[in-house]
Design a binder for this molecule. Structure first.
Ligand SMILES: [Ca+2]
Ligand SMILES: [Ca+2]
Length: 264
């Protein structure tokens, strides 16, 4: 394990007690992403805080360390992720975590020329509710000086009743009039994207980190065009095929126990 990853694990501990284990899974499965990411789009804490100087103090947002940790695994621009490099939480089981906690969504970054939009649905996609209408920012990977979002900015979706499943959709270039929705179910994607996965997912302690590819047909497959973190949902751990590196560490047993405990 290199010093860079060790540093990330140290900062990760501030998020939650499961976070270090989750990050080990990340390190095992996405080492090439880590290695390539280090020099990309560094945003300092002062730059990050400056985004919020004129914002209400109660504006929903991530603190810098949490945002920076998530941002550190955002893929570099136009670096294709092969199928094996794509960590994939089981999004078919994504649902409201229950209890008193609302579902919160935080913008992490975007490496998109398109002006995408983000939606969620609790009825399988029949009705879609907008979360962010223009996913662009002056500080993002492919920045836009007039982008309305701040890195780390949050949106509270409220709480949901019962055993609610949640889907997220990116409307490709929606702020410029695009009409194509890309979602969790590859078979529901439009045109040449039908059957093609447009999203990768990491479980990160109490958070789920999702990255979308926004180009119909897959484009450069860098999966960094819309990246956001979700808090307040439950899902399964990454697929076993992506956790081979963990077997040697003995962490697999612990993760299986976690998965068992978290099944609803
Ligand atoms: Ca991109
Ligand atoms: Ca952009």
């Amino acid at each position: 394990m290199n010093a860079q990853i060790s540093d990330k694990i140290s900062s990760c501990k501030t998020i939650g007690r499961h976070c270090t284990l989750g990050l080990m899974a990340l390190a095992a499965t996405t080492a090439s992403v880590f290695a390539a990411q280090s020099a990309s789009a560094q945003v300092t804490q002062s730059q990050y805080e400056a985004q919020y100087t004129s914002s209400p103090s109660d504006l929903l947002r991530l603190d810098f360390d949490t945002w920076n940790l998530f941002n550190s695994v955002v893929n570099v621009e136009r670096q294709k992720l092969s199928t094996l490099q794509r960590p994939q939480a089981d999004l078919s089981k994504l649902r409201w975590g229950g209890g008193v906690q609302d579902v919160e969504v935080f913008f992490i970054n975007e490496g998109a020329g398109y002006r995408n939009q983000l939606f969620y649905s609790v009825d399988g996609g029949t009705s879609k509710n907008m979360i962010f209408g223009d996913i662009s920012s002056p500080l993002s990977l492919l920045s836009n000086s007039n982008g309305p979002l701040k890195l780390g900015q949050g949106s509270n979706l409220g709480s949901f009743t019962g055993n609610t499943f949640i889907d997220f959709f990116v409307k490709s270039d929606g702020a410029n009039g695009g009409t194509n929705y890309l979602g969790f179910d590859p078979d529901q994607n439009p045109g040449s994207s039908k059957g093609l996965s447009h999203v990768i997912g990491y479980t990160f302690g109490d958070y789920l980190l999702l990255g979308f590819e926004d180009i119909i047909g897959g484009g450069d497959l860098d999966f960094n065009d819309v990246v956001f973190a979700v808090k307040g949902v439950t899902t399964s751990v990454p697929e076993p095929s992506l956790m081979i590196g963990l077997i040697a560490t003995g962490a697999m047993v612990v993760l299986r126990k976690r998965a068992h405990n978290s099944e609803v």
